[in-house]
Write a protein that binds this ligand. Structure first.
Ligand code: ADP
Ligand code: MG
Length: 517
């Protein structure tokens, strides 16, 4: 006997302009199973779900629910067929209570109090069945995110959902809330419900699903039984290339001192002390990683180095020239001319102009250079050619530089920004949070590029909140806490525990003894 299918799609397609968000997606979701959909940011997961829930109309292809071909005009039509969805961004009305939110639009009676009483009976039944315990009379605005999510799920069940679509449900949850959600998913399955669990986190797929479909660039690249695959295989399928975490690094040689901070202090925008007499050195051919809990001076450190903030004491030298000191400041453009490149920590605030095309973003800050303009007139052909070249070499997807940069996923935006900076052949590269909001495939690529630059003799200073990242790419790691450098150590001597203690403010000599206490 073949297992009944809750949902099936046949060659389902959806385009947005030039972007093929879904390209002939065919998949089968067994009734009563937890089916994972995994793919990088921008792979097309949300688009697929929105078609299943009647929010988008497919351009082509077919959706079958319980074996019957359907065309949903809107979410109400999907709901009527037992398909419910919990969105990435919740749809609850904040001042209303949980109960009011659940019956919203389905009152069934003109008298709200009567409707509430009737709904309460049904909800308590459902709660008992699925092990919920929600404060039905509490306004939603008072509830933690995890509780709100459960309210959304209860609402879908109340409306008769047999299949529940969860779009990146764990993105907003704490680890404890995630465990609760996984337990709930198990319970739903135990009661015969079908769950579509969408995520880009592989360990979640391994933990909760029976089957998994991998989507890449709008296409189904594989379907597996979860017990017959591994996180490694799924990662490879997601990015389409073998994920190699170890980067080949040549032995660090002694090189020229490229950047030196000498007892640098500065204040933040509120005139409070942000950096306290920091001294650091970055040599050619090395990556100096800067670790620390966010908000301990890393942002100001990047700013004083890249010419965006003046020092209040001390000095900064680049290539033996004082660039920032009392009475000396050098603007970002002059620093660029001296060979400094900057990949900004907050990409959207300072790195790109979202509404401009990717092509125009590529020359951002460089539009006056001979490569891009002559006598004040932009060389549009040359700019277009450069953009195509960057898109090719960085494997930016979709391969279309005329789209606004804001419509690319975080990882693809970062690839574009990095290409722009590397193209200048800088001698010193200052990078803030190189892979924040970036998908796995792009992370590997960015790490490889950092290592290549280092091997080519460039000096790199990288600030990251991700210790694994710093351990993978750095030659030395400096740890910051409360505006001070707590210590600097070669990566061979660094481990997460030691770095963690230093991030909490313990000095190196203290951390050495901490284990024996
Ligand atoms: P995922 O959920 O896997 O991150 P999405 O389905 O949101 O991916 O996006 C797939 C592709 O479709 C991306 O390139 C995205 O930029 C594009 N896209 C999604 N929704 C829209 C839209 N409403 N208009 C234009 N492009 C869109
Ligand atoms: Mg999505």
């Amino acid at each position: 006997m073949t297992k009944a299918l809750a949902i099936e799609t046949r060659d389902l397609s959806k385009r947005f302009g030039e972007v093929r968000a879904n390209d002939r997606i065919s998949m089968q979701i067994a009734s009563g199973s937890v089916h994972g959909i995994v793919g990088e940011n921008g792979a097309g997961k949300s688009t697929l779900l929105k078609m299943l829930f009647g929010l988008y109309t497919p351009d082509d292809g077919e959706i079958l629910v319980d074996g019957e071909s359907i065309k949903f005009a809107d979410p109400a039509a999907a709901m009527a067929k037992g398909v419910g969805m919990v969105h990435q961004h919740f749809m609850l009305v904040e001042p209303f209570t949980v109960l009011e939110n659940i019956i919203l639009g389905a009152e069934g009676s003109r008298n709200l109090d009567e409707a509430k009483d009737a709904a309460r009976v049904v909800l308590l039944e459902l709660e008992k069945k699925f092990g919920f315990n929600l404060p039905l009379d509490e306004p939603v605005e008072n509830l933690a995110v995890g509780v709100r999510q459960r309210a959304e799920i209860l609402k879908a069940l109340y409306k008769g959902a047999e299949t529940l679509i969860l779009d990146e449900p764990t993105a907003v949850l704490t680890p404890q809330e995630c465990d609760q959600l996984f337990a709930l998913v198990e319970l739903l399955k135990g009661q015969g419900k079908t769950v579509l669990f969408v995520t880009h986190k592989l360990h979640e797929i391994m933990a909760v699903t029976d089957d998994v479909t991998v989507i890449r660039a709008g296409k189904v690249v594989a379907t597996r039984k979860t017990t017959e695959t591994s996180a490694e295989e799924l990662a490879e399928l997601m990015v389409g290339a073998k994920v190699v975490r170890e980067v080949a690094r040549e032995k660090h040689k002694e090189h020229k001192l490229r950047l030196a901070l000498k007892s640098v202090s500065c204040t933040n925008d509120q005139k409070q002390t942000a950096l306290k007499a920091i001294s650091l050195e970055v040599y050619d051919g090395e990556v100096l990683g800067i670790a620390g809990v966010a908000g301990n001076g890393q942002t100001e450190l990047l700013e004083v180095i890249t010419g965006l903030r003046d020092v209040s004491a001390g000095s900064i030298e680049m290539s033996d020239v004082i660039v920032n000191a009392h009475g000396v400041s050098t603007d970002p453009i002059s620093l660029r001319c001296m060979g400094m490149a900057h990949v900004a920590e907050d990409r959207l605030k300072t790195g790109v102009v979202e509404s401009m095309s990717a092509r125009d973003n590529i020359m951002l800050g460089y539009q006056r250079e001979p490569d891009f303009s002559k006598h004040g007139i932009l060389k549009l052909k040359d700019i277009a050619a450069k953009a195509d070249e960057y898109f090719e070499s960085q494997d930016v997807r979709p391969r279309n530089p005329s789209l606004p940069i804001g419509s690319f996923s975080g990882g693809n935006q970062q690839k574009i920004v990095i290409a722009r900076e590397i193209a200048r052949n800088p001698q010193l590269m200052v990078i803030g949070q190189p892979t924040r909001g970036v998908d796995i495939g792009a992370v590997t690529k960015i790490h490889d590029q950092i290592t290549e630059l280092r091997n080519a003799g460039k000096a790199l200073l990288v600030v990251s909140a991700d210790l694994d990242e710093l351990l993978a790419i750095s030659d030395r790691i400096a740890v910051m806490c409360e505006g001070e450098v707590i210590g600097v150590m070669p990566v061979e001597e660094a481990d997460e525990r030691t770095l963690g203690l230093m991030m909490a403010g313990q000095r190196l000599d203290q951390t050495a003894n901490a284990g024996s206490v």
